[in-house]
Design a protein around this ligand. Structure first.
Ligand SMILES: *Cc1c(COP(=O)(O)O)cnc(C)c1O
Length: 222
């Protein structure tokens, strides 16, 4: 069989490049960071992304994440916890991650603050907003935001940086626009985590600073 002499670019590296190109097309102010969402994917897949220059990874399930964090340690990675948080998991989350996007109640913020190891920098926290007011989804309702934010003044070991949302895919345009308005009301916050594989351009046009991309980097999940 005839072999091609040029080694093809590994699929994940090529996907990453395509996603980064999509981001660059709309990220005119150059302030968007790509988080590779690697839930359900093996460490070998993440290593391919690392070899292609990726540093930020997002994980949803703690146990699975801890295994990969251990296997991939020593490579200067930045880990983002983006899944639902049970209070008995806060200790390991705050010990192993730099960012938590899915804080949706004060009790969880308090625990992350109290359990953050002293030798680590402040944990960066985003409030997850239930932007479409969907009963099945977690997140803070728009009307609750101001009250919740007040509590963060008491926390020494975590830093509230902004918001995260997972809009209903049927109306992400309107939801992202609502998030942009909320950000305007909080000029002291600098981070907005929104946009997934199918809507990253819309999210960036509405001010996203983190986009969370899984499928278009690692392929479909089982
Ligand atoms: C899985 C997941 C993503 C990535 O979604 P894709 O559509 O695969 O890009 C982003 N954010 C959260 C919170 C997720 O759970």
């Amino acid at each position: 069989m005839k072999k091609c002499s040029l080694k093809p670019m590994p699929m994940i590296a090529e996907n990453l490049k395509n996603v980064q190109n999509r981001i660059n097309t709309v990220d005119t102010k150059n302030k968007v960071t790509l988080i590779a969402v690697s839930k359900t994917k093996p460490a070998a897949d993440l290593q391919q992304a690392i070899d292609a220059g990726q540093r930020h990874f997002g994980e949803n399930y703690l146990q699975e994440a801890l295994e990969k964090i251990d296997i991939l340690k020593g490579q200067n990675l930045i880990w983002h916890f983006i899944g639902p948080i049970q209070s008995n998991k806060t200790k390991q989350i705050t010990q192993n991650f730099s960012w938590v996007h899915s804080v949706d109640r004060i009790k969880i913020a308090q625990r992350l603050n109290d359990q953050r190891p002293e030798n680590l920098e402040k944990l960066n926290v985003l409030l997850q907003i239930n932007i479409d007011n969907e009963p099945t989804k977690s997140g803070v309702l728009i009307d609750e935001i101001d009250e919740i934010i007040l509590h963060f003044e008491n926390f020494q070991n975590i830093s509230l940086r902004g918001f995260m949302c997972i809009p209903n895919p049927n109306n992400s345009a309107q939801s992202f626009a609502k998030m942009a308005k909320i950000m305007q009301k909080h000029p002291n916050l600098d981070t907005l985590s929104m946009g997934m594989s199918h809507d990253l351009e819309l999210a960036i046009e509405n001010g996203a600073t983190f986009v969370r991309i899984g499928t278009d980097i690692f392929g479909k999940r089982a």
